[in-house]
Design a protein around this ligand. Structure first.
Ligand SMILES: [Zn+2]
Length: 436
């Protein structure tokens, strides 16, 4: 069978099914029925089967929705592990000078590398942003992820970048039902003038695109905004029309109580990236205060150079641990909440919860199955506790996106992995030689 094209009907049977549906039902065992690219039934026990069904025995596996990474730059897997322990404000040094020498096609292969890593770790959806989206978005499509893709726009080369952002929207559309669709990606309040931020809001209103922006990610950003007359990054977004339920603000490290209230009142989403924040800025976002105030929070890995893994299971654990330290309170960031942040809440942040984020009839079939027999997972008492604090991306054995089983028994079925490793090695021979 060619796994790249879903069979008529797949019946995933015998596994523990964690639905993340509105009542958070768990069926042990349960069945998920996939027809074409959609889920048509989820329930307890076995389903009545037909002769032409493809039965997938999920005995010994935990079956759950594919995870949603609310902030990443997939292509930057290519630049992982170049530098560590840099001072604040030196984050560009995590990838320079090599990034300056990279060719657009290098970002294509970086995206295939990062995208495949994400799939292996059970991540089926990303909010991705970078330059070179003309090569990155097709790579995301090829690797099979669900994604909202944004071309980064800043004051530098503003007119050209805005044209590219418009072209990306024209090419991919903004319909959240499309597996790959486009959003708007203003870089950050300090690298975008007030005028540009207002222009982005107008473009969002005109096209219906969601907005993804870095916000309050560094002390230097805050200093630059204060020099421009803004009291803070969130206040800057308020003054330029960029707060709202269609906005996902990544990081939000330097925010005061009034700004947390602003985020909550406007329904603005926060994409929390604790590992990257700890590494670049040695700081924890005030997530417990945000949740207490009613801010909607999803989780992201950010880019590989400062994470360095692209594993949302790791990120849930990091968010839990650092959130408790940051709040000086071990009761905050409960496991059930962390699990929501990477599934249904992540899907809501991206505006795709009608299509992904839970296992429910009518949604697209983005499903992962984890082997439950790892010694590090024993014994199973509380599913959320085990998934947040014990599970790893490497426990994921099968991954479906849109009903296509892209990872089968821990192996990608649609990417030539030895060829990908050869490409990566070839790119690095050239970059290390300083040959553009
Ligand atoms: Zn980022």
């Amino acid at each position: 069978m060619d796994d790249r094209h879903p069979p008529a009907r797949q019946v995933l049977t015998g596994g523990v099914v964690v639905t993340m549906n509105p009542t958070r039902e768990i069926f042990a065992p349960g069945t998920v029925v996939i027809e074409g690219g959609a889920i048509t039934a989820v329930g307890p026990g076995p389903a009545a089967s037909r002769d032409d069904d493809v039965i997938v025995d999920c005995g010994g596996h935990l079956v759950m929705p594919g995870l949603v990474n609310a902030h990443t730059h997939t292509c930057m897997a290519l630049f992982r592990g170049l530098r560590e322990d840099a001072p604040r404000d030196a984050w560009a040094g995590y990838t320079l000078p090599h990034q300056d020498r990279a060719r657009p096609e290098d970002y294509y292969w970086g995206t295939i590398l990062g995208g495949l890593e994400l799939l292996h770790n059970g991540v089926t959806t990303v909010a991705d942003r970078f330059g070179h989206m003309d090569v990155i978005a097709p790579a995301i499509d090829t690797v099979g992820l669900r994604a909202v893709v944004c071309h980064t726009v800043a004051d530098r080369a503003r007119r050209l970048e805005l044209d590219r952002a418009r072209a990306l929207i024209e090419r991919w559309g903004v319909d959240p039902a499309r597996r790959v669709h486009a959003g708007l990606g203003p870089h950050a309040p300090d690298t975008c003038s007030d005028d540009l931020l207002r222009q982005i809001r107008a473009l969002a209103n005109e096209t219906g695109a969601r907005i993804f922006i870095h916000c309050a990610q560094s002390a230097s950003e805050l200093a630059a905004l204060r020099a421009r007359g803004h009291e803070g990054a969130v206040r800057c977004l308020r003054d330029t029309g960029l707060l709202g339920s269609d906005v996902v603000a990544a990081h939000c490290l330097y925010v005061d109580a009034d700004e947390i209230r602003l985020l909550a009142e406007t329904g603005t989403w926060v994409a929390h990236c604790p590992a990257s924040n700890a590494k670049i800025e040695a700081r924890v976002a005030p997530v417990a205060a945000m949740l207490r105030t009613g801010v909607r929070v999803a989780l992201g890995t950010d880019w590989a150079p400062t994470n360095n893994g692209m594993d949302l299971f790791d990120e849930m654990k990091t968010a839990g641990l650092l959130g408790k330290v940051g709040a000086d309170d071990p009761t905050v960031l409960p496991v059930a909440r962390l699990l929501e942040m990477t599934t249904i809440e992540g899907a809501r942040a991206l505006g795709i919860d009608a299509h992904a984020g839970s296992l429910e009839a009518g949604k697209r079939a983005d499903v992962i199955a984890l082997a439950m027999d790892g010694l590090h997972l024993q014994p199973w008492h509380d599913v959320a506790a085990t998934l947040v604090y014990s599970a790893k991306g490497q426990d994921v054995r099968h991954v479906w996106v849109d009903g296509r089983r892209l990872i089968r028994d821990g192996q990608a079925v649609h990417v030539d992995v030895p060829g990908l490793l050869d490409e990566t090695a070839r790119i690095w021979r050239r970059l290390r030689a300083g040959d553009a």
